[in-house]
Design a protein around this ligand. Structure first.
Ligand SMILES: [Zn+2]
Length: 437
């Protein structure tokens, strides 16, 4: 992805510096993905601090747009409304959509229809950087963020989809094992990160574990490296975990062959009872005193000191610490890109590394750090980006059922057959639905 960004002509200039930061963060990801080493070298608090600094704390300076993680994509379904998708599913600021609807190319947004493919790149703090709307596999339009507003361009290209099946044995770090595979040269970090989202690799991966991956790569004619790489299915067979799962077309999440989700269901609030919300999630909040735009990346609950905080979903405590602004804070990783954060705590009831269940008591709220009164600041991040935990659609099903399960089984049977080498990839490619054309 990095290569792709850097070779894309119009993105070259602004992303050169982003590129170098991205390279560093990929390195960091790779380093954080090291299963055995995590126990010996405590992960750098610098990363936590940088991330925490970028969040609320009411007075903190917001750093400029940080490097984007990766392209997101969506194929429009019957009955989709762009404004709903934009805010609820893609977690982009609605103001940006209005901005685009008010400038050159707006007709392309007004005329979207089911089956059309949309891709976008957003910064880590949720600002849209590039939006592409494809009319078919070869033609589309693009909006790109500039210093002032967005520029509009027509796109024309040829794409080709290739399927890959990779098999390996873990030796040290997953990305090391992947590095020996020339088919995915330069992408091993991204693939390792994708798998890391779905499996507790850092805790449970061991040398000698075996895995197979089914990957879809999209190529644009004439490009030396793939335009996008997507994990479709995987099978991991190890000493401490045995998991196989495939991506469900309906929601893009991974499920076991029986239709069980790899992501746990979520409660809306991390408290036993409702408290008044004293400050809502708001990406364009102006600070009452400085007048600067200081996004509020969480929801504040007006809780008296000592109020019990409960985990909204199963997960693992990945951070427990102190920050001058955030006070005592906890970070819980729930898998598949979902993490939650709790700031200004009075007391911790769990330790770093603990596994927690939905509803388990994890802390007591307080007034620590830079806080104007006792409250809980609660954040939900999806794929590294803060979202409005009070409004976003939360994972609620542990299992697919009825039609969803039927659809998933029909589709995943083919993926698993490809994964298990019972079906040639050329055949599988013909069986998979095409988004356009
Ligand atoms: Zn807050």
């Amino acid at each position: 992805m990095l290569k792709r960004l850097l070779t894309y002509p119009s993105l070259k200039a602004p992303l050169l510096t982003l590129g170098s930061v991205l390279a560093v963060s990929l390195l960091l990801l790779y380093w954080l993905g090291t299963p055995a080493e995590e126990e010996q070298i405590p992960p750098s608090d610098q990363e936590v601090m940088a991330a925490l600094e970028a969040t609320d704390f009411h007075n903190a300076l917001i750093p400029p747009l940080s490097p984007p993680p990766d392209w997101d994509q969506y194929t429009l379904q019957q009955g989709d409304r762009l404004s709903h998708l934009w805010q609820q599913k893609w977690h982009l600021p609605l103001g940006t959509l209005y901005q685009l609807l008010d400038q050159e190319g707006a007709s392309h947004l007004n005329r979207i229809h089911p089956g059309q493919h949309i891709e976008w790149l957003a910064s880590r703090d949720g600002q849209l950087l590039v939006l592409r709307v494809w009319r078919n596999r070869a033609e589309g339009v693009e909006w790109q963020r500039e210093a002032q507003g967005f520029s509009f361009n027509e796109l024309s290209t040829q794409r080709e989809v290739r399927l890959l099946r990779l098999e390996g044995t873990l030796n040290g770090v997953l990305s090391n094992s992947l590095r020996e595979m020339p088919e995915i040269a330069g992408q091993e970090g991204a693939i390792a990160a994708a798998l890391d989202r779905h499996l507790p690799l850092r805790r449970d991966a061991r040398d000698g574990d075996t895995f197979s991956l089914l990957i879809e790569q999209e190529w644009l004619t004439g490009d030396p490296s793939p335009y996008s790489t997507r994990l479709l299915a995987f099978d991991y067979s190890g000493q401490r975990m045995q998991i196989r799962a495939a991506r469900h077309q309906g929601d893009g999440r991974f499920y076991t062959p029986e239709g069980e989700s790899l992501i746990p269901p979520f409660n809306r609030i991390p408290l036993v009872q409702r408290y008044r919300i004293s400050s809502h999630f708001n990406l364009s909040r102006r600070h009452p005193i400085t007048g600067r735009v200081t996004p509020h990346h969480g929801t504040d609950f007006a809780t008296p000191t000592g109020t019990t905080v409960v985990s909204p979903a199963d997960g693992r405590v990945v951070r427990r610490g102190w920050h001058p602004f955030g006070g005592n804070y906890l970070v819980i990783d729930h898998g598949q890109g979902y993490t939650t954060r709790y700031l200004h705590l009075h007391r911790f009831l769990v330790n770093r590394g603990d596994s927690v269940k939905r509803g388990q008591r994890i802390a007591q709220t307080g007034n620590t750090g830079r806080s104007t009164g006792p409250h809980l600041h609660y954040e939900l991040h999806i794929n590294g980006r803060p979202v409005d935990a009070m409004r976003v659609e939360l994972p609620s099903v542990e299992r697919l059922d009825n039609e969803d399960l039927e659809d998933f089984k029909k589709h995943s049977e083919k993926l698993f057959a490809g994964l298990d080498n019972q079906l040639m990839l050329e055949e599988l490619a013909l069986l998979l639905p095409r988004q356009n054309n």
